[in-house]
Design a binder for this molecule. Sequence first.
Ligand SMILES: NC(=O)c1ccc[n+]([C@@H]2O[C@H](COP(=O)([O-])OP(=O)(O)OC[C@H]3O[C@@H](n4cnc5c(N)ncnc54)[C@H](O)[C@@H]3O)[C@@H](O)[C@H]2O)c1
Length: 187
Amino acid sequence: MNLDKLTYAGNLENLADVQDDQRYTFVRGDVADRELVDQLFARDGFDLVANLAAESHVDRSILAPSPFIETNVKGTQVPLEAAKKCGVRKFLEVSTDEVYGSLGPEDPPFSEESPLRPNSPYSASKAAADLLGRAYFVTFGAPVVITRLLFPVDSQFPQARMPADVSHVGSWGGLSERVPEQTQKTG
Ligand SMILES: NC(=O)c1ccc[n+]([C@@H]2O[C@H](COP(=O)([O-])OP(=O)(O)OC[C@H]3O[C@@H](n4cnc5c(N)ncnc54)[C@H](O)[C@@H]3O)[C@@H](O)[C@H]2O)c1
C-alpha cells in the first residue's frame, strides 16, 4: 500500500509500472494524519513499512519551515507509533546525509559517528525524525532501520535512481541492521 499526499512533488506516473499489480493499492492522504494512518495500519496490518514521504526541498524549507515540521517530524512519529501498535517486522526511515551538515573540500568524509549538525530547516526536521526513530528503537524495541542516503533519490529523474537496497523492499533481509553502540539498550 502506498500512502501519498500528492503534493507538488508527487507524481503517480512514477508508479505506472505497479499500478495494475493486484498487490498494490494507493491511498491519497497525509502521513501526519494520525486517524487515517491508525486506520490503515489497523485495517491492513502491515509487516514492512518504508517512510519516504517528506517535504524535501531545502530552499522551500528556508522560505516556509512549518510544513517540514508537520510532514517530516510529526509524519514520522505518527507511523512509528502506528507501527509499534501493530508490531511491524521492519520500519525503514529514509533520511539524508544532510543531517551531518556540510563538508569543506579538505574535510574527511562523514561516518555514522559524525555529529548531527543540520544546517537548514529541512535537514533539522530529518534529524528530528531520525532521533524519533532511534528513540522508538531504544525505548520500545521497535524494529527501526535508518538510512542516511548519500545518493540523489529522485523518482522524477531516471538518472537519479534510488539505490537498489532501498527500492527492493521485498528483500529487506539483506539490509544492514547494524546498530551503533550508543543506541544499544542499557536496561
Ligand atoms: N532526493 C534526494 O536527493 C534525497 C537524498 C537523501 C534523502 N532523501 C529522502 O528520500 C525521501 C524521498 O525523497 P524524494 O526526493 O523522492 O522527495 P520528493 O519531495 O520528490 O517526494 C516526496 C513525496 O512525499 C509525498 N509527500 C509529501 N508530504 C506528504 C505528506 N504529508 N503525506 C504523505 N505524502 C507526502 C509527496 O507527494 C511526494 O510523493 C525523503 O524522505 C527525502 O528526505 C532524498
